[in-house]
Design a protein around this ligand. Structure first.
Ligand SMILES: *[C@@H]1O[C@H](CO)[C@@H](O)[C@H](O)[C@H]1NC(C)=O
Ligand SMILES: *[C@@H]1O[C@H](CO)[C@@H](O)[C@H](O)[C@H]1NC(C)=O
Ligand SMILES: *[C@@H]1O[C@H](CO)[C@@H](O)[C@H](O)[C@H]1NC(C)=O
Ligand SMILES: *[C@@H]1O[C@H](CO)[C@@H](O)[C@H](O)[C@H]1NC(C)=O
Ligand SMILES: *[C@@H]1O[C@H](CO)[C@@H](O)[C@H](O)[C@H]1NC(C)=O
Ligand SMILES: *[C@@H]1O[C@H](CO)[C@@H](O)[C@H](O)[C@H]1NC(C)=O
Ligand SMILES: *[C@@H]1O[C@H](CO)[C@@H](O)[C@H](O)[C@H]1NC(C)=O
Ligand SMILES: *[C@@H]1O[C@H](CO)[C@@H](O)[C@H](O)[C@H]1NC(C)=O
Ligand SMILES: *[C@@H]1O[C@H](CO)[C@@H](O)[C@H](O)[C@H]1NC(C)=O
Ligand SMILES: *[C@@H]1O[C@H](CO)[C@@H](O)[C@H](O)[C@H]1NC(C)=O
Ligand SMILES: *[C@@H]1O[C@H](CO)[C@@H](O)[C@H](O)[C@H]1NC(C)=O
Ligand SMILES: *[C@@H]1O[C@H](CO)[C@@H](O)[C@H](O)[C@H]1NC(C)=O
Length: 476
């Protein structure tokens, strides 16, 4: 791997207090012959087709597919011809917000209703008594899955995965990262085999779409180049034209009862509020909304509340029941009878959602507080009960919490950063005790995948990139 082809976008890194990585210039090439084709580039072998419960009718849609792209300001996405084209096929939510920075906390929020104070992208796991959308869907027999591009095998719990660089064919590249796979961070998913194995790779996706078994709820994470994390909005646009556009025409993916939410995890710029360009596509979007803009204030919690309202689910009693943050997509609210809070446009009632590090919680090492029980008095957008998982201590409410503790100052690490050592490497759950001296993720890497380490050339490149940026930022 040579350094010369890679151009650092230092300008953008310096202009914005951007998250860790600068984009490196890479050119898009399709990883597979088509979105319905399997490919060696995806690494993970296919494990047959998924088995789903019978269809459960929703009030506004019968299938909900979320696709998450990375680190892009609203205006940047709005300037992309591909996004402009796509916006004609659906409804643009132009007041849709991420809930914090950086990536991982947003992915946790979208499936768990909270980011639990997390302020970084480290290895975490969340105890089994903390519920997710999966508990709510399964309680009503609504089928679900997550598809993670370049995940090496189903239920992979490792911190990342490095494989052949299929774009340059020169050295290895880290395409898959755990921080973009929200559900696997929850032990209530990772420690339950039937659930963990529903977190599938893109060869499985190709199989499932061919077999017309895409579940009723799914969360799709493209790899670090196709999602724009390491690349640009133009690269993402090329990927969307390759992958999403044909799927929008495929009745095994998009039906007249399917809603596809295309959104971003967060803005690239930390110093502006966290507004992200978000489209609802698919045949389930009412025809009169196509090409229109809905300026209702939505957040990542709206993806939970809208699903809950659609299927009459229970609630998590976190962000999904927070009356400021949980507006239900208007066309779903209309179908389900839910009343939103009336915050629209650029209302001053929209809170700052670009805060990071200052929110106490169990995943914040400097402002540590224990996990709390769900908020039992939250109003459920779907009308069902607030879900209380087995093992919840209901006395641990938000009001009963002790003051935040700075674990770092006490020389302690975050207790939830210790890898529980769950592995599905051979298709069956195996738990290996964490290595006593190892760091949070090293035990996992060693037990599940001998190829986690970067290649020699890859390390040199990555160190060079990080080193240069860190050096320049330090100078400033
Ligand atoms: C893997 O990706 C490369 C680069 O896009 C492509 O040339 C090759 O055909 C892909 N392999 C498969 C099996 O699609
Ligand atoms: C946008 O759509 C038009 C009309 O279908 C097409 O000609 C054009 O190539 C598209 N542009 C991009 C960037 O995809
Ligand atoms: C879900 O499916 C199971 C097994 O088929 C059934 O016993 C249960 O009643 C169903 N629950 C609901 C809410 O439909
Ligand atoms: C991948 O994981 C290894 C081991 O935990 C870590 O050292 C490395 O920084 C990670 N790389 C990326 C790109 O996340
Ligand atoms: C939706 O699709 C179904 C099945 O393909 C079809 O029977 C139905 O008529 C369609 N409804 C509308 C409103 O197009
Ligand atoms: C969040 O965004 C606002 C602008 O809406 C800005 O004034 C503030 O400084 C930002 N906060 C942080 C922590 O960057
Ligand atoms: C709801 O969210 C708002 C805005 O972030 C926050 O100020 C408020 O404390 C939250 N309410 C509850 C009950 O957590
Ligand atoms: C959840 O489980 C963890 C681990 O067993 C425990 O430490 C914690 O107190 C429990 N929290 C609640 C709110 O029940
Ligand atoms: C926590 O303690 C560390 C180490 O003493 C210190 O650097 C940091 O500023 C403290 N953070 C807070 C929020 O008090
Ligand atoms: C998976 O590995 C574990 C431990 O190495 C072993 O006990 C188990 O039999 C294996 N299962 C299969 C299906 O190979
Ligand atoms: C998936 O299939 C491959 C190839 O048949 C097999 O090696 C692997 O053990 C399977 N994994 C799971 C999780 O079933
Ligand atoms: C690249 O990854 C493969 C496994 O995907 C591994 O076998 C190989 O040793 C790695 N190469 C380098 C240079 O790290």
């Amino acid at each position: 791997m040579h350094v010369s082809p890679f151009v650092l976008t230092l300008a953008s890194t310096l202009a914005f207090a951007a998250p860790a990585f600068a984009a490196i210039a890479q050119s898009f090439a399709p990883p597979a012959a088509s979105p319905e084709s399997s490919s060696a580039n995806y690494t993970g072998q296919t494990n047959g087709t998924i088995t789903n419960t019978p269809l459960v009718k929703g009030k506004a849609f019968d299938r909900f597919i979320q696709i998450w792209i990375e680190n892009t300001d609203y205006d940047t996405a709005a300037s992309s011809p591909v996004f402009q084209n796509l916006s004609k096929e659906g409804v643009l939510f132009d007041q849709f917000y991420a809930v914090t920075h950086p990536s991982e906390p947003n992915y946790l929020a979208a499936v768990g209703g909270d980011f639990f104070g997390a302020a970084d992208d480290s290895f975490y796991h969340i105890p089994q008594n903390v519920s997710t959308i999966v508990d709510l869907l399964e309680a009503k027999n609504v089928s679900w899955a997550s598809y993670q591009e370049n995940m090496p095998y189903d239920g992979f719990t490792g911190f990342n995965f490095t494989q052949n660089n299929y774009l340059s064919n020169d050295g290895n590249y880290t395409y898959y990262v755990r921080k973009h796979n929200g559900l696997i961070v929850f032990d209530s998913v990772a420690n339950v085999s039937d659930r963990a194995l529903r977190i599938r790779n893109f060869n499985d996706f190709a199989n499932d779409v061919k077999a017309d078994v895409i579940p009723q709820w799914s969360f799709i994470t493209p790899n670090l180049v196709n999602d724009g994390h390491d690349t640009t909005i133009d690269f993402v646009g090329d990927w969307l034209n390759f992958w999403l556009l044909p799927l929008l025409q495929d009745p095994h993916f998009n039906t007249n009862r399917t809603v596809i939410l295309l959104t971003f995890d967060e803005t690239e710029t930390y110093t502006i509020n966290n507004r992200i360009y978000t489209l609802a596509l698919g045949g389930g979007v009412p025809a009169e909304l196509r090409g229109k803009t809905d300026s209702t204030f939505y957040t990542h919690y709206s993806a939970l509340s809208s699903v809950e309202a659609n299927w009459g689910l229970g609630a998590l009693g976190r962000g999904d029941t927070n009356a400021t943050l949980n507006n239900v997509f208007e066309f779903v609210a209309n179908a389900s009878g839910w009343k939103n809070n009336g915050i629209t446009g650029d209302s001053p009632a929209i809170p700052l959602l670009n805060l990071t590090g200052t929110i106490p919680g169990p995943l914040n090492v400097a402002l540590y507080q224990p996990f709390t029980a769900p908020n039992a008095s939250g109003i459920s957008p779907g009308g069902g009960p607030i879900f209380v998982a087995p093992g919840v201590n209901s006395a641990l409410t938000a009001t009963a919490l002790p003051a935040p503790v700075n674990l770092t100052a006490q020389g302690k690490s975050n207790p939830w950063s210790q890898d529980p050592g769950i592995s599905y490497a051979n298709g069956t759950k195996v738990i290996s005790p964490p290595s006593p001296s190892g760091s949070a993720s090293s035990g996992q890497g060693a037990t599940t995948n001998g190829a986690l380490g970067m290649g020699v050339d890859g390390s040199v490149l990555v160190c060079f990139v990080v080193g240069v940026i860190a050096g320049v930022i330090t100078v400033l």
